[in-house]
Design a binder for this molecule. Sequence first.
Ligand code: HEC
Ligand code: CU
Length: 367
Amino acid sequence: MTGRQGVARRSHVLLAAGGTVLLGGCAAAEEQQSTLDPAGTSAQAIDVHWQTMLWVGAAVWVIVMAMMVATLVRRRRRKQDGGPESDGHRKGEGHRGPLFVALAGAVIPAVIIIGITAQSVWVLQETDPGQEVAGTTIAVTGHQYWWEVEYPEYGVVTANEIHIPTGERVKLELASTDVVHSVWVPELSGKTDMIPGRANSMWLETEEPGTYWGQCAEYCGMQHALMRFVVVAHEPAEFEGWLQAQAQPAAGPPAAALEDQPELDTDEAPAEQDPGLVAQGREVFMSSSCVYCHTISGTEAQGREGPDLTHLASRETLAAGTLPNNPGNLAAWVVDPQAIKPGNEMPGTDLAGLELQALLAYLESLE
Ligand code: HEC
Ligand SMILES: [Cu+2]
Protein backbone atom coordinates (compact mmCIF):
# COMPACT_ATOMS: atom_id res chain seq x y z
CA MET A 1 0.00 0.00 0.00
CA THR A 2 1.43 3.42 -0.85
CA GLY A 3 1.55 6.22 1.71
CA ARG A 4 -1.14 8.18 -0.10
CA GLN A 5 -3.60 5.29 -0.05
CA GLY A 6 -2.96 4.98 3.68
CA VAL A 7 -3.82 8.64 4.27
CA ALA A 8 -6.98 8.39 2.17
CA ARG A 9 -8.13 5.31 4.05
CA ARG A 10 -7.47 6.87 7.44
CA SER A 11 -9.41 10.03 6.56
CA HIS A 12 -12.39 7.88 5.55
CA VAL A 13 -12.32 6.18 8.92
CA LEU A 14 -12.20 9.60 10.58
CA LEU A 15 -15.13 10.84 8.48
CA ALA A 16 -17.20 7.80 9.38
CA ALA A 17 -16.40 8.22 13.08
CA GLY A 18 -17.21 11.96 12.93
CA GLY A 19 -20.55 11.26 11.25
CA THR A 20 -21.49 8.80 13.97
CA VAL A 21 -20.73 11.37 16.68
CA LEU A 22 -22.83 14.02 14.89
CA LEU A 23 -25.81 11.68 14.47
CA GLY A 24 -25.54 10.65 18.12
CA GLY A 25 -25.57 14.34 19.12
CA CYS A 26 -28.79 15.01 17.19
CA ALA A 27 -30.64 12.05 18.65
CA ALA A 28 -29.80 13.14 22.19
CA ALA A 29 -31.50 16.57 21.84
CA GLU A 30 -33.78 17.35 24.76
CA GLU A 31 -37.04 18.21 23.07
CA GLN A 32 -36.70 15.36 20.72
CA GLN A 33 -37.30 15.85 17.01
CA SER A 34 -35.86 12.62 15.69
CA THR A 35 -36.91 10.91 12.48
CA LEU A 36 -35.20 7.82 13.93
CA ASP A 37 -37.94 7.47 16.55
CA PRO A 38 -41.08 7.43 14.37
CA ALA A 39 -44.48 7.37 16.08
CA GLY A 40 -46.77 8.24 13.16
CA THR A 41 -47.95 6.21 10.15
CA SER A 42 -46.22 8.48 7.66
CA ALA A 43 -42.93 8.74 9.59
CA GLN A 44 -42.91 4.95 10.03
CA ALA A 45 -43.08 4.39 6.25
CA ILE A 46 -40.23 6.85 5.75
CA ASP A 47 -38.26 5.08 8.47
CA VAL A 48 -38.69 1.66 6.79
CA HIS A 49 -37.18 3.15 3.65
CA TRP A 50 -34.33 4.79 5.53
CA GLN A 51 -33.50 1.59 7.42
CA THR A 52 -33.50 -0.41 4.16
CA MET A 53 -31.06 1.99 2.53
CA LEU A 54 -28.88 2.08 5.64
CA TRP A 55 -28.61 -1.69 6.11
CA VAL A 56 -28.32 -2.63 2.42
CA GLY A 57 -25.66 0.09 2.04
CA ALA A 58 -23.87 -1.17 5.15
CA ALA A 59 -23.94 -4.78 3.90
CA VAL A 60 -22.50 -3.77 0.51
CA TRP A 61 -19.79 -1.78 2.25
CA VAL A 62 -18.84 -4.62 4.59
CA ILE A 63 -18.67 -7.15 1.72
CA VAL A 64 -16.57 -4.87 -0.50
CA MET A 65 -14.21 -4.04 2.37
CA ALA A 66 -13.85 -7.72 3.30
CA MET A 67 -12.96 -8.63 -0.27
CA MET A 68 -10.46 -5.82 -0.48
CA VAL A 69 -8.76 -6.82 2.78
CA ALA A 70 -8.66 -10.46 1.64
CA THR A 71 -6.97 -9.44 -1.60
CA LEU A 72 -4.40 -7.30 0.18
CA VAL A 73 -3.57 -10.06 2.65
CA ARG A 74 -3.18 -12.59 -0.13
CA ARG A 75 -0.93 -10.26 -2.06
CA ARG A 76 1.28 -9.49 0.92
CA ARG A 77 1.63 -13.19 1.75
CA ARG A 78 2.67 -13.90 -1.82
CA LYS A 79 5.27 -11.11 -1.66
CA GLN A 80 6.66 -12.53 1.60
CA ASP A 81 6.91 -15.92 -0.08
CA GLY A 82 9.25 -14.25 -2.59
CA GLY A 83 6.86 -14.36 -5.54
CA PRO A 84 6.60 -11.53 -8.09
CA GLU A 85 4.41 -8.66 -6.91
CA SER A 86 1.83 -8.20 -9.61
CA ASP A 87 1.56 -11.17 -11.88
CA GLY A 88 -1.52 -12.60 -10.22
CA HIS A 89 -3.62 -11.71 -13.23
CA ARG A 90 -1.25 -13.17 -15.73
CA LYS A 91 -1.11 -16.46 -13.91
CA GLY A 92 -4.88 -16.45 -13.36
CA GLU A 93 -4.36 -16.65 -9.58
CA GLY A 94 -7.04 -14.72 -7.63
CA HIS A 95 -8.38 -13.58 -10.98
CA ARG A 96 -12.16 -13.14 -10.98
CA GLY A 97 -13.92 -14.37 -14.05
CA PRO A 98 -16.41 -12.55 -16.29
CA LEU A 99 -19.35 -14.10 -14.41
CA PHE A 100 -18.22 -12.44 -11.18
CA VAL A 101 -17.75 -9.11 -12.92
CA ALA A 102 -21.22 -9.31 -14.47
CA LEU A 103 -22.86 -10.25 -11.16
CA ALA A 104 -21.05 -7.89 -8.80
CA GLY A 105 -20.67 -5.07 -11.29
CA ALA A 106 -24.09 -5.05 -12.94
CA VAL A 107 -26.70 -7.60 -11.85
CA ILE A 108 -26.53 -7.17 -8.06
CA PRO A 109 -26.34 -3.33 -8.17
CA ALA A 110 -29.27 -3.30 -10.63
CA VAL A 111 -31.36 -5.54 -8.34
CA ILE A 112 -30.58 -3.31 -5.34
CA ILE A 113 -31.37 -0.08 -7.18
CA ILE A 114 -34.61 -1.42 -8.68
CA GLY A 115 -35.66 -2.76 -5.25
CA ILE A 116 -34.99 0.54 -3.49
CA THR A 117 -36.72 2.49 -6.27
CA ALA A 118 -39.80 0.25 -5.96
CA GLN A 119 -39.81 0.78 -2.21
CA SER A 120 -39.57 4.55 -2.62
CA VAL A 121 -42.59 4.50 -4.95
CA TRP A 122 -44.48 2.62 -2.22
CA VAL A 123 -43.36 5.16 0.42
CA LEU A 124 -44.46 8.06 -1.79
CA GLN A 125 -47.95 6.53 -2.07
CA GLU A 126 -48.16 5.69 1.64
CA THR A 127 -47.15 9.19 2.73
CA ASP A 128 -48.84 11.21 -0.04
CA PRO A 129 -49.79 14.44 1.77
CA GLY A 130 -52.58 15.20 -0.72
CA GLN A 131 -54.51 11.94 -0.29
CA GLU A 132 -58.20 11.89 0.73
CA VAL A 133 -58.58 12.01 4.53
CA ALA A 134 -61.84 11.38 6.36
CA GLY A 135 -60.93 12.58 9.88
CA THR A 136 -61.05 15.94 11.65
CA THR A 137 -59.93 18.92 9.55
CA ILE A 138 -57.63 21.50 11.10
CA ALA A 139 -56.68 24.74 9.36
CA VAL A 140 -53.07 25.66 10.14
CA THR A 141 -51.81 29.06 8.99
CA GLY A 142 -48.17 30.11 9.09
CA HIS A 143 -47.27 33.63 10.23
CA GLN A 144 -43.85 35.14 10.86
CA TYR A 145 -43.10 33.48 13.40
CA TRP A 146 -45.99 31.51 14.83
CA TRP A 147 -48.79 29.11 13.88
CA GLU A 148 -52.52 29.79 13.91
CA VAL A 149 -54.49 26.59 14.50
CA GLU A 150 -58.22 26.52 13.81
CA TYR A 151 -60.85 23.76 14.10
CA PRO A 152 -63.52 25.19 11.77
CA GLU A 153 -66.14 22.53 12.61
CA TYR A 154 -65.88 23.35 16.33
CA GLY A 155 -65.30 27.11 16.37
CA VAL A 156 -61.98 26.63 18.13
CA VAL A 157 -58.91 28.79 17.48
CA THR A 158 -55.59 28.33 19.22
CA ALA A 159 -51.90 28.82 18.43
CA ASN A 160 -48.66 26.88 18.28
CA GLU A 161 -50.32 23.65 19.47
CA ILE A 162 -52.05 21.13 17.24
CA HIS A 163 -54.16 18.77 19.32
CA ILE A 164 -55.21 15.58 17.57
CA PRO A 165 -57.02 12.38 18.54
CA THR A 166 -55.04 9.12 18.37
CA GLY A 167 -56.08 6.41 15.91
CA GLU A 168 -57.47 8.85 13.37
CA ARG A 169 -56.01 10.31 10.19
CA VAL A 170 -56.36 14.07 10.72
CA LYS A 171 -56.21 16.52 7.83
CA LEU A 172 -54.23 19.76 8.04
CA GLU A 173 -55.18 22.48 5.55
CA LEU A 174 -52.14 24.68 5.17
CA ALA A 175 -51.94 28.37 4.34
CA SER A 176 -49.58 31.28 4.87
CA THR A 177 -50.27 34.98 5.36
CA ASP A 178 -46.78 36.21 4.48
CA VAL A 179 -43.87 34.09 3.20
CA VAL A 180 -43.27 30.38 2.60
CA HIS A 181 -43.21 28.25 5.75
CA SER A 182 -43.11 24.47 6.06
CA VAL A 183 -44.71 22.13 8.59
CA TRP A 184 -42.50 19.35 9.92
CA VAL A 185 -43.10 17.00 12.85
CA PRO A 186 -40.17 14.59 12.42
CA GLU A 187 -41.62 11.85 14.60
CA LEU A 188 -44.98 11.90 12.81
CA SER A 189 -44.55 12.94 9.20
CA GLY A 190 -42.46 14.46 6.42
CA LYS A 191 -42.48 18.17 5.51
CA THR A 192 -45.19 20.06 3.62
CA ASP A 193 -44.81 23.69 2.55
CA MET A 194 -47.22 26.53 3.33
CA ILE A 195 -47.23 28.74 0.26
CA PRO A 196 -49.05 32.10 0.18
CA GLY A 197 -52.04 31.92 -2.17
CA ARG A 198 -51.88 28.15 -2.56
CA ALA A 199 -53.96 25.53 -0.76
CA ASN A 200 -51.71 22.68 0.38
CA SER A 201 -52.70 19.94 2.76
CA MET A 202 -51.14 17.12 4.72
CA TRP A 203 -52.23 14.58 7.34
CA LEU A 204 -51.09 13.27 10.70
CA GLU A 205 -51.87 9.92 12.26
CA THR A 206 -50.52 8.26 15.39
CA GLU A 207 -51.59 5.50 17.75
CA GLU A 208 -49.45 6.77 20.63
CA PRO A 209 -50.69 9.60 22.87
CA GLY A 210 -47.97 12.12 23.64
CA THR A 211 -46.34 15.42 22.74
CA TYR A 212 -44.39 15.66 19.50
CA TRP A 213 -42.25 18.69 18.64
CA GLY A 214 -42.60 20.36 15.27
CA GLN A 215 -40.58 22.98 13.49
CA CYS A 216 -40.87 25.40 10.59
CA ALA A 217 -38.73 23.73 7.94
CA GLU A 218 -38.49 26.52 5.36
CA TYR A 219 -36.32 29.53 6.15
CA CYS A 220 -38.84 32.36 6.67
CA GLY A 221 -36.89 35.21 8.27
CA MET A 222 -34.97 36.23 11.33
CA GLN A 223 -36.82 34.06 13.86
CA HIS A 224 -37.30 31.00 11.67
CA ALA A 225 -35.46 28.84 14.22
CA LEU A 226 -37.90 29.94 16.95
CA MET A 227 -40.96 29.07 14.90
CA ARG A 228 -41.76 25.82 16.64
CA PHE A 229 -44.91 24.06 17.81
CA VAL A 230 -46.14 20.93 19.51
CA VAL A 231 -48.54 18.28 18.35
CA VAL A 232 -50.42 16.85 21.34
CA ALA A 233 -52.03 13.47 20.62
CA HIS A 234 -54.87 12.52 23.00
CA GLU A 235 -57.06 9.45 23.41
CA PRO A 236 -60.28 10.31 21.51
CA ALA A 237 -62.39 10.94 24.66
CA GLU A 238 -59.75 13.25 26.10
CA PHE A 239 -59.52 15.04 22.76
CA GLU A 240 -63.29 15.71 22.84
CA GLY A 241 -62.86 17.18 26.32
CA TRP A 242 -60.06 19.43 25.12
CA LEU A 243 -62.15 20.63 22.15
CA GLN A 244 -65.12 21.41 24.39
CA ALA A 245 -63.00 23.40 26.82
CA GLN A 246 -61.38 25.35 23.99
CA ALA A 247 -64.76 26.13 22.40
CA GLN A 248 -65.82 28.04 25.54
CA PRO A 249 -65.40 31.83 25.51
CA ALA A 250 -62.76 33.20 27.88
CA ALA A 251 -63.59 32.94 31.57
CA GLY A 252 -64.74 36.42 32.61
CA PRO A 253 -63.84 37.81 36.02
CA PRO A 254 -66.48 36.97 38.68
CA ALA A 255 -69.43 39.40 38.64
CA ALA A 256 -68.78 40.48 42.26
CA ALA A 257 -65.27 41.52 41.37
CA LEU A 258 -66.57 43.75 38.59
CA GLU A 259 -69.01 45.55 40.90
CA ASP A 260 -66.58 46.79 43.50
CA GLN A 261 -63.31 47.37 41.73
CA PRO A 262 -60.74 48.69 44.17
CA GLU A 263 -58.75 51.73 43.10
CA LEU A 264 -55.28 50.96 41.75
CA ASP A 265 -53.12 51.14 44.85
CA THR A 266 -49.39 50.83 44.23
CA ASP A 267 -48.57 50.35 47.94
CA GLU A 268 -50.40 47.08 48.27
CA ALA A 269 -48.77 43.89 46.98
CA PRO A 270 -51.34 42.01 44.89
CA ALA A 271 -52.31 38.46 45.82
CA GLU A 272 -52.03 35.69 43.22
CA GLN A 273 -55.16 35.39 41.03
CA ASP A 274 -57.01 38.01 43.07
CA PRO A 275 -60.39 38.38 41.32
CA GLY A 276 -60.26 42.17 41.65
CA LEU A 277 -56.83 42.25 40.11
CA VAL A 278 -57.95 39.98 37.27
CA ALA A 279 -60.88 42.32 36.55
CA GLN A 280 -58.52 45.30 36.49
CA GLY A 281 -56.17 43.41 34.19
CA ARG A 282 -59.03 42.83 31.80
CA GLU A 283 -59.64 46.58 31.71
CA VAL A 284 -55.96 47.23 31.10
CA PHE A 285 -55.90 44.72 28.23
CA MET A 286 -59.06 46.10 26.61
CA SER A 287 -57.84 49.68 26.81
CA SER A 288 -54.35 49.10 25.43
CA SER A 289 -52.95 48.20 22.02
CA CYS A 290 -53.18 44.45 22.74
CA VAL A 291 -56.73 44.39 21.31
CA TYR A 292 -55.58 45.42 17.85
CA CYS A 293 -53.61 42.23 17.45
CA HIS A 294 -55.13 39.62 19.76
CA THR A 295 -58.52 37.94 20.06
CA ILE A 296 -59.98 36.91 23.39
CA SER A 297 -63.30 35.32 22.53
CA GLY A 298 -66.30 36.66 24.45
CA THR A 299 -64.65 40.09 24.76
CA GLU A 300 -64.23 43.10 22.50
CA ALA A 301 -60.65 42.04 21.67
CA GLN A 302 -60.89 40.68 18.12
CA GLY A 303 -57.46 41.38 16.56
CA ARG A 304 -56.04 38.79 14.18
CA GLU A 305 -52.39 39.88 13.85
CA GLY A 306 -51.19 37.74 16.74
CA PRO A 307 -52.11 34.45 18.45
CA ASP A 308 -55.61 33.99 19.89
CA LEU A 309 -55.26 34.36 23.68
CA THR A 310 -58.69 32.99 24.74
CA HIS A 311 -57.15 29.95 26.46
CA LEU A 312 -53.56 31.15 26.68
CA ALA A 313 -52.98 29.67 30.14
CA SER A 314 -53.84 26.17 28.90
CA ARG A 315 -50.92 26.18 26.48
CA GLU A 316 -47.52 24.61 27.15
CA THR A 317 -45.32 27.22 25.53
CA LEU A 318 -45.15 30.94 24.71
CA ALA A 319 -44.15 32.51 21.39
CA ALA A 320 -44.12 29.35 19.26
CA GLY A 321 -42.17 27.01 21.51
CA THR A 322 -39.67 29.70 22.52
CA LEU A 323 -40.39 29.65 26.28
CA PRO A 324 -42.22 27.32 28.68
CA ASN A 325 -45.52 28.97 29.62
CA ASN A 326 -45.14 30.14 33.24
CA PRO A 327 -45.78 33.48 35.00
CA GLY A 328 -42.13 34.61 34.92
CA ASN A 329 -41.75 33.97 31.19
CA LEU A 330 -45.14 35.53 30.45
CA ALA A 331 -44.09 38.75 32.23
CA ALA A 332 -40.74 38.81 30.41
CA TRP A 333 -42.49 38.28 27.06
CA VAL A 334 -45.17 40.95 27.50
CA VAL A 335 -42.68 43.57 28.74
CA ASP A 336 -40.03 43.05 26.06
CA PRO A 337 -40.85 40.51 23.34
CA GLN A 338 -38.14 41.98 21.10
CA ALA A 339 -35.44 41.01 23.61
CA ILE A 340 -36.63 37.40 23.55
CA LYS A 341 -37.38 37.00 19.85
CA PRO A 342 -35.81 39.95 17.98
CA GLY A 343 -37.68 40.90 14.84
CA ASN A 344 -41.00 39.27 15.78
CA GLU A 345 -44.20 41.23 15.09
CA MET A 346 -45.12 42.11 18.69
CA PRO A 347 -43.98 45.47 20.11
CA GLY A 348 -43.06 45.92 23.78
CA THR A 349 -45.33 47.75 26.19
CA ASP A 350 -44.89 50.78 28.46
CA LEU A 351 -47.24 49.31 31.06
CA ALA A 352 -45.57 48.92 34.45
CA GLY A 353 -46.28 48.58 38.15
CA LEU A 354 -49.71 47.50 39.28
CA GLU A 355 -51.22 47.92 35.82
CA LEU A 356 -48.72 45.40 34.45
CA GLN A 357 -49.31 43.04 37.38
CA ALA A 358 -53.04 43.23 36.82
CA LEU A 359 -52.61 42.57 33.10
CA LEU A 360 -50.46 39.51 33.82
CA ALA A 361 -52.95 38.21 36.39
CA TYR A 362 -55.68 38.49 33.76
CA LEU A 363 -53.61 36.63 31.14
CA GLU A 364 -52.81 33.89 33.67
CA SER A 365 -56.53 33.49 34.38
CA LEU A 366 -57.26 32.58 30.74
CA GLU A 367 -57.40 28.83 31.34
C1 HEC B 1 -48.76 44.69 16.59
C2 HEC B 1 -49.47 43.53 17.07
C3 HEC B 1 -49.37 43.11 18.52
C4 HEC B 1 -49.65 43.87 19.65
C5 HEC B 1 -50.01 45.34 19.72
C6 HEC B 1 -49.52 42.97 20.77
N1 HEC B 1 -49.17 41.72 20.34
FE1 HEC B 1 -48.92 40.09 21.49
N2 HEC B 1 -48.28 39.04 19.90
C7 HEC B 1 -48.26 39.50 18.59
C8 HEC B 1 -47.63 38.52 17.75
C9 HEC B 1 -47.41 38.61 16.24
C10 HEC B 1 -47.28 37.43 18.58
C11 HEC B 1 -46.57 36.15 18.16
C12 HEC B 1 -45.07 36.40 18.21
C13 HEC B 1 -44.26 35.21 17.82
O1 HEC B 1 -44.38 34.16 18.47
O2 HEC B 1 -43.47 35.33 16.87
C14 HEC B 1 -47.74 37.80 19.92
C15 HEC B 1 -47.62 36.96 21.02
C16 HEC B 1 -48.18 37.24 22.26
C17 HEC B 1 -48.24 36.30 23.36
C18 HEC B 1 -47.78 34.85 23.33
C19 HEC B 1 -48.93 34.01 22.80
C20 HEC B 1 -48.59 32.59 22.51
O3 HEC B 1 -49.52 31.79 22.42
O4 HEC B 1 -47.43 32.26 22.33
C21 HEC B 1 -48.85 36.95 24.39
C22 HEC B 1 -49.15 36.40 25.77
C23 HEC B 1 -49.13 38.29 23.93
N3 HEC B 1 -48.71 38.42 22.63
C24 HEC B 1 -49.71 39.27 24.74
C25 HEC B 1 -49.87 40.61 24.34
C26 HEC B 1 -50.28 41.66 25.22
C27 HEC B 1 -50.65 41.48 26.66
C28 HEC B 1 -50.29 42.81 24.49
C29 HEC B 1 -50.62 44.22 24.95
C30 HEC B 1 -49.76 44.75 25.96
C31 HEC B 1 -49.86 42.45 23.13
N4 HEC B 1 -49.62 41.12 23.09
C32 HEC B 1 -49.74 43.34 22.09
C33 HEC B 1 -48.72 40.70 18.16
C34 HEC B 1 -49.07 41.77 18.98
CU1 CU C 1 -41.54 29.82 9.18
